[in-house]
Write a protein that binds this ligand. Structure first.
Ligand code: ADP
Ligand code: GLC
Length: 501
């Protein structure tokens, strides 16, 4: 109690109550329930980190069969809310039951709509009006969710094109635009390569005003571009690394949307992704045959042995170069294939884990038949094997054509596997070249050519031969902190700014 000016006793209460923004993340992936790549990792880790900063953050996800399977496998609680959410799309009403689970303290709402959410690979190869329906439903159902949950988000945080329709709907949808005034939206760009392109006539079935089909709206070269609509309509745009925030404003990096992004410059912010060290730590990783830590790498040697055994290879001193990633153009598979013979001739062994384009899968398999003792390719998605590659490898190859952030290099750093990466996007923001700084944690190259890839491997090998120096490089990487703590605070500050605080 304190004495007020006129002698009135005032209760010692803070003048302002702490603000706890209510934020709903809407996405088609969230590891370990549904994961196709790094987006799944981010939607798992960021809401959790945000809750630790005091944000009331929740997630909305489709109840894909894999999601329900993983909930059961992980023995998570599951309840069904009483009312359904209903969304009118293409002249009929789609309904979904809302399920609720909790993952690492984060409330997760799941839309149970088997008719729309049955695709095991989540994203269709090519998009058309019918295949876009699940994403349209997810985006619009998010705006209906509060009627079921009685929890009203102040901010909708959406990710990439699949949920870009949400901010667009708050601006141009015949029904939902009325809601637009009371709420804010954040769109995070993980990857500009996919826009969500639909024919013009699909707009009407989605419930959009025809006036939204213009240069200042969803129109893009005579078609509907969902990502463009999301960019223009959202209140804030974030990219998953600072460097990617300006790369996308260039002709080369903007993938056709550089002009739109330049016009949005004032609301774009680059916030580096983090890594969830409760999932990715060699000290505690249950998927590794042996744990290890900075001061004692004996467990890493055992992981290496187990990895070589899994490939049917003898143990020897040849440096082991690993690649974990989607086999798509973005990941630099073209130059990796073209440089393969050279890389192996330098005395290395290469181990690849990836799934993606059948052309790349076939080409890599063919190469592995040519170099059976030196190149092993595992085509497919395998979480356990991925952990073993990060732990058992000596160096990680990431020769990406472009890379909005990249999580693989951050995982490799923590696992003492030195990254060799192309200096783009988040790779350039996180890797410091050993030849340029005493604090170096990896090796960088610039030109997207097989020759430059070979040269960076040569440079790394010249350091590898000096084992004492190599240990220092490994230590630098393992000791770095790329956790979510700082980035989550930055997101929170953005939310508070949007809410006017
Ligand atoms: P992107 O999101 O572009 O695919 P990131 O580096 O951000 O790239 O994240 C990729 C994530 O997916 C990492 O967690 C990586 O370990 C994982 N991953 C990629 N391919 C595979 C695979 N074939 N098997 C297991 N995990 C994979
Ligand atoms: C995307 C990007 C990758 C990024 C991930 C998570 O898939 O390709 O660079 O790390 O999203 O943000």
């Amino acid at each position: 109690m304190t004495q007020g000016m006129e002698g009135i006793v005032l209760a010692e209460k803070p003048l302002f109550l702490p603000i706890r923004p209510r934020v709903l993340h809407v996405a088609p992936e969230m590891a370990p329930l549904a994961k196709m790549g790094g987006l799944g990792d981010v939607v798992q880790a960021l809401p959790k980190a945000l809750r630790q900063t005091g944000v009331d953050c929740r997630v909305l996800l489709p109840a894909y069969p894999c999601v329900l399977g993983n909930i059961e496998k992980n023995q998570l609680p599951l309840t069904r809310l009483r009312s359904t959410v209903n969304v009118a799309l293409r002249w009929r009403v789609y309904s979904a039951h809302v399920l609720r689970t909790v993952l690492d303290g984060v409330p997760v709402y799941l839309l149970e709509q088997p008719e729309l959410f049955s695709n095991p690979s989540i994203y269709p190869m090519d998009l058309d009006e019918a295949l876009a329906l699940p994403f349209a439903f997810l985006s619009l159902a998010a705006l209906e969710l509060a009627s079921s949950t009685r929890w009203h988000p102040q901010i909708y945080h959406v990710h990439d094109w699949p949920t870009s329709l949400l901010p667009a709907a708050l601006r141009w949808h015949r029904h939902y635009r009325q809601m637009g005034l009371g709420v804010d939206t954040v769109l995070t760009l993980h990857n500009m390569a996919h826009h969500g392109i639909l024919p013009e006539q699909s707009l009407e079935g989605l419930g959009f005003d025809p006036a939204s089909f213009g240069v200042d709206g969803l129109e893009f070269y005579g078609q509907v571009n969902l990502l463009k609509g999301g960019l223009l309509a959202s209140d804030a745009i974030t990219t998953v690394s600072p460097r990617y925030s300006w790369e996308i404003q260039t002709l080369q990096g903007g993938m056709g949307l550089d002009g739109v992004l330049a016009s949005c410059r004032g609301k774009i912010q680059g916030i580096l992704n983090g890594l969830d060290y409760t999932v990715w730590s060699p000290e505690t990783d249950p998927l590794l045959p042996a744990p290890y830590r900075v001061g004692d790498l004996s467990g890493k040697a055992l992981c290496r042995k187990a990895l070589l055994q899994a490939c049917g290879w003898e143990e020897n001193d040849r440096p082991l170069l690993v690649f974990v990633g989607r086999l798509v153009e973005q990941k630099g598979v073209d130059i990796l294939l073209a440089a393969m013979e050279d890389l192996l001739s330098l005395g290395t062994r290469v181990l690849i884990l990836g799934s993606g384009h059948p052309i790349y899968e076939r080409a890599l398999q063919e190469e592995s038949r040519r170099y059976q003792d030196l190149l092993h390719v595992h085509a497919g998605y395998d979480e356990t094997l991925a952990h073993l590659l990060y732990a058992g490898g000596d160096m990680l190859l990431m020769p990406s054509l472009f890379e909005p952030c990249g999580l693989s290099q951050l995982i490799a750093l923590r696992y003492g596997t030195v990254p060799l990466v192309r200096a783009v996007g988040g790779l350039a923001d996180t890797i410091i070249d050993v030849d340029g700084s005493p604090d170096g944690n990896g090796f960088l190259f610039s030109d997207y050519t097989p020759h430059e890839l070979r040269r960076v491997v040569e440079r790394a090998l010249s350091h590898w031969r000096d084992r004492e120096q190599w240990k220092i490089i490994v230590r630098h990487g393992m000791e770095q902190d790329f956790s979510w703590k700082h980035s989550a605070e930055t997101y929170k500050a953005l939310y508070l700014k949007l809410l006017g605080n």
